[in-house]
Ligand binder design. Structure first.
Ligand code: HEC
Length: 141
């Protein structure tokens, strides 16, 4: 019994180490968001015009655009998941927050091309959490 308990513990310890080293070797770089304070949305978090549009343009649109038709052109980005307008991006806000913000595996790490910085990913999360506002909405219009 003590023998098997010790065995069980070391297996548990080994798999914990395994999980940790997998995480550190993983190409993904998740953000630690659970300890992050809720954004102060009263302060300027950027708008679609000052932040969101350029973010999607720089990092997403070369695959997720209505102008790209074939899977080849889209580099396999799923059909119908496009971010050309604020309204389109809003449809996928939860998935965008998860993949491009929290997990950081969009754009896919395996493909070359520009990637958002950590600061930009955090700003994306804040902008989404604050309602993905446009200039008009920010100014109360
Ligand atoms: C180089 C091409 C490429 C770029 C650039 C790219 N994606 Fe993707 N995207 C894909 C592919 C391929 C898939 C399908 C495979 C997958 O889900 O991992 C996908 C799937 C998705 C999905 C749907 C899957 C889900 O989790 O619901 C979302 C949302 C997404 N991408 C968001 C983004 C965002 C936001 C950006 C920009 C920061 C981005 N992608 C940039 C290729 C790309």
């Amino acid at each position: 019994m003590p023998q098997s308990t010790r065995f069980g513990r070391s297996v548990a310890a080994m798999s914990a180490v395994g999980v940790l080293s997998l995480m550190s070797c993983s190409p993904d770089s998740p953000l630690e968001l659970s300890t992050r304070p809720l954004p102060d949305c009263g302060a300027a978090k950027g708008s679609y015009e000052s932040f969101g549009a350029a973010f999607f343009q720089n990092y997403c649109i070369r695959c997720h655009s209505v102008t790209l038709e074939s899977d080849l052109e889209r580099l396999d980005a799923p059909q119908g998941i496009d971010f050309n307008t604020l309204q389109m991006a809003r449809e996928f806000s939860r998935r965008i927050r998860l993949r491009a913000g929290e997990l950081g595996d969009m754009p896919p790490q395996i493909l070359l091309g520009p990637r958002p910085t950590e600061a930009e990913r955090l700003q994306l999360v804040d902008w989404i959490d604050c309602g993905m506002l446009s200039d008009d909405e920010l100014s109360g219009g």
